[in-house]
Design a protein around this ligand. Sequence first.
Ligand code: MLT
Length: 409
Amino acid sequence: MALVNEHFLKLPNNYLFSDIAKKVNAFKVSHPQKDLIRLGIGDVTQPLPQASIEAMHKAVDELASKETFRGYGPEQGYDFLIDAILKNDYASRGVHLESGEIFVSDGAKSDTGNIGDILRHDNSIGVTDPIYPVYIDSNVMCGRAGVLENGRWSNVVYLPCLSENNFIPAIPDRRIDILYLCYPNNPTGTVISKAELKKWVNYALENDTLILYDAAYEAYIQDPDIPHSIYEIKGAKKVAIEFRSFSKTAGFTGVRCGYTVVPKELTAATLEGKRIPLNRLWNRRQCTKFNGTSYITQRGAEAIYSPEGKEQIKATIHYYMTNARIMKEGLESTGLKVFGGENAPYLWVKAPRGISSWKFFEQMLYEANVVGTPGVGFGPSGEGYIRLTAFGERADCEKAMKRIRRWIL
Ligand code: MLT
C-alpha cells in the first residue's frame, strides 16, 4: 500500500490564488454581464521586451539547424546568461560573485519552494508576517511547519509587519534556524533600508541563522538608498541565499526564468556540527531534479541586459509604477490608508471601518467589481488589509479607482 505524505493533508484545500480564482469564477457565473477588473494576482499585462522577443526568435532558428542545435544545457544555466547576471545585477553594485554561485531556474516560486530539500525537516523557521504563501506551504509539505493552530503554524515564528512598526519586523529575542525575508515585500509593497537589513545580517551571523532572501521585486526600487541585494551588506555571503526572478522585471511570468545565488562560503551544519557548503548541496539537488531552463528562454533573459533591453524594461517598470502612483492617489483620496506602491508594484490597503480582509475582498468584488487579494491570505498580520497590484492595464487601474471611489464615498 502506498502511503501519502500526510503533511499535505494539513494544508488548506487550495493555494491562495487558486482559492481566489474560484471565488471570482463563482461571481462571474452569477453575474455574467459584469465587467470585472482583476488586480488580485500579481501577473503582468505588458508584453515582453522587444529585445527578448528578437533573441528568442533567433534562438528558435538556431535550434532548427544541425550546426547550431542544442539539447540538454547545463543544469546551472548557460554561461552567457550567468555572465550577464554577474556583471549587471551584482558587479555594477559592487557585489562580487562567481559563476558557480548562480543557478538559473524557471523562477523564484520553484526555488523558494524547493530550497527546503537541502535543509533538515526539523529546522525552526521564521517568517515576516504577512508573507508570500509559498514559503509557508512548502514547509508544511515536508512537516517543518508543525500543525495549524488558530491560523498559525506551531513551528513557525511569525514576525509581524504592521503599520505600527512601519512594516519593519523586530529582531526576535530567540534564535531561528531559517529566516525568510522578502524585499521589496510581497504583499505589503514596503522596503527595507540598508541599516535595517544590516541588523538582520548581523543577527544571522551571531545566531548561525540561514536567511532566504527573496528579491524578486528589486527592479521596482526607485529610492537610490534602498538595497537591491542582501549581498550589499557585509557578511551576507556567509548567511544568505538570494532569489531573483525575471517574471516581474521583464514580464516572464509565463515564459519562466529566474535564478538563485548560493555563495560558496555559505555553510550549514550537520547534526554532528560539521560545516557543509550549501552550494554543493543545491548543485546536487538541481542536477538530480532539474534539467535546466530552456535555451530559448535563457537567450530571452540575456537580452534584457542589452542596452535596448535595459531601456525597454525600464519603460515597462515605469508604466507599472505610474499605475501604482495613480492607484495610491486614487485610494487615498477616498480616505483609505494605503502602504507600499512607491518601491514595489503592490499596494497594501487598510480595510475601512475595521472590516475583515475577506469582507473587504467580497464587498470590493460585488459592489465595485474589482478583484484584490485578501491580506489575511498572506498570514495573520494581513488581517484587515487587502493587496492590489499595479500590474494591470492603465485604463483598468483608472477605472478601478473610479469604481472604488463611487463605492467607498
Ligand atoms: C503574487 O500575486 O503574489 C505573485 O503573482 C505570485 C507569484 O509571483 O508567484
